[in-house]
Design a binder for this molecule. Structure first.
Ligand code: BYC
Length: 317
């Protein structure tokens, strides 16, 4: 008992000083659980996030765009791997994590349950979705758990390239023909509100925020990040000559921020509960991909075992 009190004091001192908590350090069970929940949700989002964009690799308008999109989607898979590895250091296996995703027990970001209906959606995802992801992930670079923070530093570098490639697509479309500009506007209309939902429920009802802020897992709240995102993005919308689908959007001089309209939280809750436009399709695709990859995992395991046996043999010799 006394030992636990000492360990908890030591944990709190580390947080206070801004030191990282590392996998072998003592940590409260709830801290570990919260991290597993958030990091795995994040990893699943990266991997499920490959699907809406992957859908356009064969239909990219030219070779340059195809190569860029291919690289981006591949990066998202890599982000998933760094994050699954970070979660594994907390004492949960990759199999368990994937099982939670495939059985619908674990959440992933609501945003990936919307369809990509035109090429402009690929621009809007890179610009808005990756833009929102970066806003959140820049803060997570300073999260208190070492492996999560280190994964975030690397991921942020790649995400900023993703955001720029998306914006470049939007610039090309909005400076193109009238039809292309309309495509860009339609994509902005489709992705604006779901992007604002990505930051999570309002602070007043966010169930995990208080603990996560106390433990320095999250450094800024859902509403603070959402506001920052709106404030930064509007100038980019104006440069494109497009309009945000929100009649209530207005600069508020007194607050020094944009005011914006009410988010449809009923839609958010419905998507998170599994009833968004693409939830079933996404999960089916993920489960199918995992099943189809079984022979690759088996082959990799057999090869690793053979190499280990060879190495052991050469040591004995
Ligand atoms: N979607 O108490 P709250 C990317 C859940 S992908 C679904 O505020 P928290 C990319 C939340 O889990 C970006 N569920 O939670 C990839 C909680 O439920 P449980 C992914 C959501 O954790 C490919 C409940 O609502 N980024 O980068 O303090 C291509 C109450 O919420 C969502 C991350 O995952 C949502 N949007 O705060 C392009 C970042 N929001 O678990 C881009 C890491 C909330 O209690 N995650 N919920 O049953 C976080 O920073 C935080 O987990 C959140 C939510 C800000 C998302």
């Amino acid at each position: 008992m006394e030992d636990t009190v000492k360990q908890e004091d030591h944990f709190n001192e580390k947080l206070e000083k801004g030191d990282f908590i590392e996998p072998k350090d003592w940590m409260p069970e709830k801290y570990r659980k919260t991290l597993i929940r958030q990091i795995s949700q994040h990893a699943h989002s990266e991997v499920v996030g490959m699907l809406p964009e992957g859908n356009w690799i064969t239909r990219a308008p030219n070779l340059r765009r195809k190569a860029i999109l291919l690289a981006k989607v591949q990066d998202e898979g890599g982000h998933g791997l760094y994050l699954y590895s970070a979660a594994e250091t907390l004492g949960i296996s990759r199999e368990e994590l994937l099982d939670q995703l495939h059985t619908g027990k674990a959440k992933y970001s609501s945003i990936f349950n919307y369809p990509t209906v035109t090429w402009a959606d690929i621009g809007a995802i890179g610009w808005l979705v990756d833009g929102a992801a970066i806003m959140n992930q820049v803060m997570l670079q300073r999260t208190s758990f070492g492996p999560y923070s280190r994964a975030m530093i690397r991921i942020c570098k790649e995400e900023s390239f993703h955001q720029r490639q998306g914006y470049e697509i939007m610039v090309a479309l909005s400076k193109g023909s009238a039809e292309q500009k309309q495509m860009a506007q339609d994509a902005l209309n489709r992705w604006w509100w779901p992007t604002l939902m990505m930051f999570g429920p309002p602070d007043a009802i966010s169930s995990n925020s208080a603990d996560s802020i106390k433990w320095k897992i999250k450094r800024e709240t859902n509403d603070e990040l959402r506001q920052k995102f709106v404030d930064r993005t509007i100038a980019q919308v104006e440069y494109l000559g497009l309009t945000v689908p929100d009649p209530k959007l207005k600069w508020n001089e007194a607050r020094g921020h944009y005011d914006f309209g009410e988010i449809d939280w009923a839609e958010f809750n419905s998507v998170v509960k599994g009833n968004g436009p693409c939830n079933r399709e996404r999960l089916k695709a993920r489960v199918g991909a995992h099943k189809n990859g079984e022979w690759v995992r088996d082959a990799a395991t057999a090869y690793a075992k053979k190499q280990a046996a060879k190495a052991a043999g050469s040591l004995v010799a």
